[in-house]
Ligand binder design. Structure first.
Ligand code: NAD
Ligand code: 0WE
Length: 261
């Protein structure tokens, strides 16, 4: 039997077939899960509709997490189809474009700081709060996506790194609080991947080359690899794992110094 047979998963964060959320969807589907999708706005609706069709899902709902009650409204729509479900994938983040380059101190604004934290971290708490009563399978699992900039200083990631630090702490507090309902909360810290969120980020190609040259595995990771790790975390095989940050980054996070040339 497939590892996710009988489980239902709600996926937030598909924007294209390059999205990490799409790599996760594809893997969850291959492992037997049933899927429901959200899309951020009308611009993305048709694309998400097609991708949902590709994995035999007929549940697609709008959800902008920055909107008041956006998450509640989406879950009310979902409850017409599913009274209970097992898995949530939170694969979204936002900071104002111009605050993702240059000097952190000079570039970060109060509004940018608040929106980055609200969309990228608070939304995970709101999702958990509003869906707690519906997360009722054998081993419910909530999964989010983080990046190394949460725990290391690095160029340009700036306020997004501070918001990811908040997200990772959020994962631990949510894991603690929802443990009494047997709900597990974890995140995957992925290496850099060329998605829409990476488009237009200065030097992104150089970052990919740097990982290719210096990570233990000497290559970048794929959305398929992140997807298969998410399938593991969502499976009953991971029933003892909660509050963790799992690195899927070719081992890049463990190096102390690159090979000197
Ligand atoms: P992506 O552009 O495919 O996905 C980002 C998603 O965030 C989009 O679907 C977008 O609609 C959604 N989003 C943004 N603001 C939203 C809002 N207000 N309401 C609802 N949805 C909103 O890019 P991705 O790289 O797949 O990003 C997914 C996650 O992975 C993010 O949390 C990102 O920080 C994380 N991540 C990305 C990388 C990378 O290098 N691409 C590495 C590590 C972690
Ligand atoms: O988390 C991310 C990026 C998330 C992201 C992307 C955008 C681009 C468009 C958040 N907000 C926005 N806002 C926009 O307007 N990554 C892990 C990818 C990424 O982004 C970087 C990176 C890496 C890696 C930005 C600077 C430096 C490194």
């Amino acid at each position: 039997m497939k590892s996710l047979e009988g489980k239902k998963a709600l996926i937030l964060g598909v924007a294209s077939n390059r999205s990490i959320a799409w790599g996760i969807s594809d893997s969850l589907k291959r492992n037997g899960a049933e899927l429901a999708f959200t899309y951020q706005n009308d611009k993305l609706k048709d694309r998400v509709q097609k991708l949902a069709n590709d994995c035999e899902s007929d549940i697609i709902m709008p959800c902008d997490v920055s909107e008041n009650n956006g998450i509640r409204k989406m879950l009310d729509m979902l409850s017409a189809k599913w009274s209970e479900f097992d898995i949530i994938v939170h694969s979204l983040a936002f900071a104002p474009r111009d605050e993702l380059e240059g000097n952190y101190v000079d570039k970060t604004t109060k509004e940018g700081f608040i929106s980055a934290h609200s969309i990228s971290s608070y939304s995970l708490l709101e999702l958990c709060k509003e869906s707690k009563e519906m997360l009722k399978g054998t081993n419910p699992s909530v999964i989010s996506l983080s990046y190394l900039g949460a725990v290391r200083g690095m160029p340009n990631y700036n306020v997004m790194g501070v918001a990811k630090a908040s997200l990772e702490a959020n994962v631990r507090y949510l894991a603690y609080a929802m443990g009494e309902n047997n709900i597990r909360v974890n995140c995957i810290s992925a290496g850099p991947i060329k998605t829409l969120a990476a488009a237009g980020i200065s030097d992104f190609r150089k970052m990919l080359e740097h990982v290719e040259e210096n990570s233990p595995l000497r290559r970048n990771v794929t959305i398929q690899e992140v997807g298969d790790t998410a399938s593991f975390l969502a499976s009953d095989g991971a029933s003892g794992i909660t509050g963790q940050v799992l690195y899927v980054d070719s081992g890049y996070n463990i190096i102390g110094m690159p090979a000197l040339k």
